[in-house]
Design a protein around this ligand. Sequence first.
Ligand SMILES: Cc1cc2nc3c(=O)[nH]c(=O)nc-3n(C[C@H](O)[C@H](O)[C@H](O)COP(=O)(O)OP(=O)(O)OC[C@H]3O[C@@H](n4cnc5c(N)ncnc54)[C@H](O)[C@@H]3O)c2cc1C
Length: 467
Amino acid sequence: MSDVIVIGGGAAGMMAACSAAENGHNVTLIEKNEKLGKKIYITGKGRCNVTNAGETTAFFEQVVRNPKSLYSAVYSFDAPQVMAFMEKHGCPLKVERGNRVFPVSDHASDVIRACAKALEHAGVRVCLNTRVERLLTEAAEADAEIGSGEPLRAEYADARIKGRRDAGRKELDKAERRILGVCLSNGECLRADAVIAATGGLSYPATGSDGDGFRFAKELGIGVEQPRPALVPFVVREEWCKRLQGLTLKNVAVSLESGRKIIYSGQGEMLFTHFGVSGPLILSASSYYANARGKCKTGQDSGEGAGTHRGPEEDMTLIIDLKPALSEEVLDRRLLREFEQNRNKQFKNAVEGLFPSKLIPVMVELSGIEGAKAVHDINKEERAAFGRLIKKLPLTVTGTRGYAEAVITQGGVSVKEINPSTMESKKIKGLYFAGEVLDVDALTGGYNLQIAWATGHLAGESVRSII
Ligand SMILES: Cc1cc2nc3c(=O)[nH]c(=O)nc-3n(C[C@H](O)[C@H](O)[C@H](O)COP(=O)(O)OP(=O)(O)OC[C@H]3O[C@@H](n4cnc5c(N)ncnc54)[C@H](O)[C@@H]3O)c2cc1C
């Protein structure tokens, strides 16, 4: 039996703690909040989209960064297993449109309750209101004494006694580095044979995710890919957007372009807001925007928890196709028909059948055609240009709404640093990472929680017995 410390009582941490404890380890789960699963409460608009019951192979198509690194985790603890876990611990589930899985009760709190029950059943010791300040490893703590006051590894102690501190450290650096435990913010240090860091990312920092896991990793020389907000609304330059605040457009297509490169294209629902655009389609686009930013050396986020985040030096363009079902030619024929039927009307009154009423004055203004112009005076070129505007309505994306409104953090502990079959750090033996702290993220639909459950489960399963 090993002493295992799990840092973070979110989805990944709770699952990791359960599976480590079920494997016979002595597990302590440390959470800095006053309760477990604070982020889970707000998932799925309070209903918690627990996982996605679609084919596991299709799951990986929804993962934006590093899907291959998740093969072991997701195949060894897939959606049916997550569902069986929840139901076993008292949370019956239902499957909705798009294979999205929710509690029958529509209450996210029931998911947390099921996890808490599982933790209790597995005998996990839960410490709330407790913050881990740093991780203890042999190399980092070579000359420290922790917890009970026991000296650290004998070979280092020997080196210190002989006054060969540097030599001792070099030896340790060459040797396999191992986790020793954690130090809390109250100064107390706890020994452990294994530590699982499930500290989340930076999004919705009020839930407790404020990037501690990234700091822990960096302090130990473990690579962290630049974090950035994803699944997040866009801020746009065009002032006319504000006038459309509250307008939802269904069945539109968007493409996100950086110079001549198309970063994302998709079809669905979007929403205009006082700052720009949001809605499911935009959130998906934002994950690819974030990914493109990650590859871009400039315009990186400050890492602060809130506020608007600037995009790359070069702003990106979001092109909205208001009539994706119609080709340019078919649309032109439709416009011609509308104009012929309304030939004596003013232009602004002749397009009523084409758009929601809130959008009409904006489209008229952007077309450059005088609203009061009689339709029979509109020439072929003007009509064609109007058709192009409908198919390619451009918006300039200047940034995102930042971590305060980001469903997920993209970037994080590099998957190159982790053994994907165990979630263990390649540099520090006995240190595991799970959940959003890792550089993996997916689109909406229950996939991000599935990543948290699966990586947490694998990390907990992988803890090896020391004795
Ligand atoms: C508004 C919103 C809605 C969402 N809806 C869905 C959805 O319906 N379906 C879906 O699949 N995904 C959804 N997500 C994403 C999903 O919630 C996350 O991907 C998932 O919860 C990540 O779990 P985690 O355990 O890795 O991290 P977190 O849930 O962030 O948990 C990390 C925990 O670690 C604790 N912690 C951090 N540092 C320390 C420290 N130093 N010491 C002690 N404790 C520490 C934190 O307090 C926190 O409780 C949503 C996200 C948001 C913001």
